[in-house]
Design a protein around this ligand. Structure first.
Ligand SMILES: NC(=O)c1ccc[n+]([C@@H]2O[C@H](COP(=O)([O-])OP(=O)(O)OC[C@H]3O[C@@H](n4cnc5c(N)ncnc54)[C@H](O)[C@@H]3O)[C@@H](O)[C@H]2O)c1
Length: 355
């Protein structure tokens, strides 16, 4: 397998580069940029302080630390960073570096997409979720109090640089949750990846086996880049990447982004989507049971869904449910997704019964 993957988007094409030397690769990019804004979080900065301090000492480098969690993904954070860059005379040739998980990547990418009508940015994902998913595809944005990711833009990075050694400090719970997006690719696109994850699950969850992790990250990046290259604006096939997300996002909102990590919510959402794939769609009994068995290896916080009506209210706020014809992502077999127009809110409410 190569250690670089191309995301083919004509003039917006870029590479996902596997490079386990963050400082060296960042210094090379800083050398060809004018002003550079590194956006990260305190916990990441502290864990890799030695590396960051080399970069911080460079004359054209500034750092901005954002808060932890979904509350950081806000328009206030974006305005604060844009204001800081304007005060420091950043201009259209300046560059943003997003060093973090999905929260940093989505926020920093959005800053880059609107500052001076759009400047360059690089993604350095530091969580497994960001490495397999959120850093690729150019979806950037922030949350509103009325819903997640409701303001945003598609703005592709200049490159995504994956340094697997960032995962050494990632808490076990984050690894477990992040794997949701990787197994999702197995469900919707690649039975072999699904089998590989199932066979190596304890090694992966330990977070220590770089060889196994790298293999999963590479294949996930290949799948995401293939799907995004076919449909950058999510008019059609890219929608399959939302498997488990409609219900997952609703659960995140219902628990006020406090109880469940994003990946945990998606794991629950995929359980419901698998139920609907089996009962309404074409998923066989055999594949349904193999899918549930695979998901049972993940550790999930217990949840109490007393008020299913409220969860449905959150489902209705989902961007996809605002469209006239709802296309819900099901799988017809492990490795093959299908878009269904048959799923109603009643079906979704019924599927919550499996949680
Ligand atoms: N843009 C997209 O296409 C896309 C796709 C999927 C998810 N997302 C978004 O991604 C976000 C979730 O991302 P996430 O799961 O990476 O969560 P996150 O960014 O909140 O990171 C999880 C936690 O790990 C910490 N952390 C990050 N890297 C670390 C490291 N190397 N060592 C120790 N701690 C580290 C973070 O500070 C944070 O506390 C959600 O907001 C979701 O909406 C976006």
């Amino acid at each position: 397998m190569s250690s670089s993957i191309k995301v083919n988007l004509e003039k917006d094409s870029y590479d996902i580069i596997f490079d386990e030397n963050f400082v060296e690769s960042a210094m090379a990019l800083i050398a060809i940029s004018s002003k550079c804004m590194f956006i990260t979080q305190e916990i990441i900065y502290e864990a890799f302080e030695e590396k960051f301090s080399v970069l911080k000492s460079l004359p054209n480098v500034e750092f901005h630390l954002i808060q932890q969690g979904e509350k950081a993904k806000s328009i206030d954070t974006v305005i604060e960073i844009c204001d800081k860059m304007a005060m420091m005379h950043f201009d259209r040739s300046s560059t943003v570096f997003a060093v973090g998980g999905g929260v940093v990547g989505d926020t920093a990418g959005f800053v880059a997409s609107i500052f001076m009508r759009g400047i360059d940015y690089f993604q350095y994902p530091t969580t497994l979720l960001a490495m397999v998913d959120s850093s690729i595809g150019g979806k950037t944005g922030v949350n509103l109090s009325s819903g997640k990711n409701l303001i945003g833009r598609i703005h592709q990075p200049k490159a995504v640089i994956v340094d697997v050694s960032f995962l050494d400090t990632l808490p076990q719970r984050e690894i477990n949750a992040s794997l949701a997006e990787a197994i999702k690719y197995g469900f919707i696109y690649d039975r072999e990846l699904f089998n590989y994850i199932v066979e190596n699950i304890s090694d992966i969850l330990s977070g220590k086996n770089h060889t196994v992790l790298k293999k999963i990250i590479l294949r996930s990046c290949e799948i995401k880049s293939e799907v995004v290259s076919m449909d950058v604006n999510e008019d059609n096939i890219r929608m399959i990447l939302n498997f488990g997300h409609t219900i997952g996002h609703a659960l995140e909102g219902y628990f006020e982004y406090k109880k469940l990590l994003h990946g945990e919510a998606i794991l629950y959402g995929m359980k419901c989507a698998l139920y609907l794939s089996h009962t309404i769609g074409n998923l066989s009994e055999k594949d349904y049971h193999a899918s549930l068995k695979a998901l049972s290896a993940f550790t999930l916080p217990a949840i109490d869904l007393k008020d299913k009506g409220s969860i449905i209210e959150f489902v209705k706020r989902d961007k996809k449910f605002r469209e006239s014809q709802i296309r819900f992502v099901l799988i017809s077999e492990i490795g093959k997704a299908e878009l269904s127009t048959e799923i109603t809110l009643n079906h979704i409410e019924e599927s919550l019964g499996v949680l």
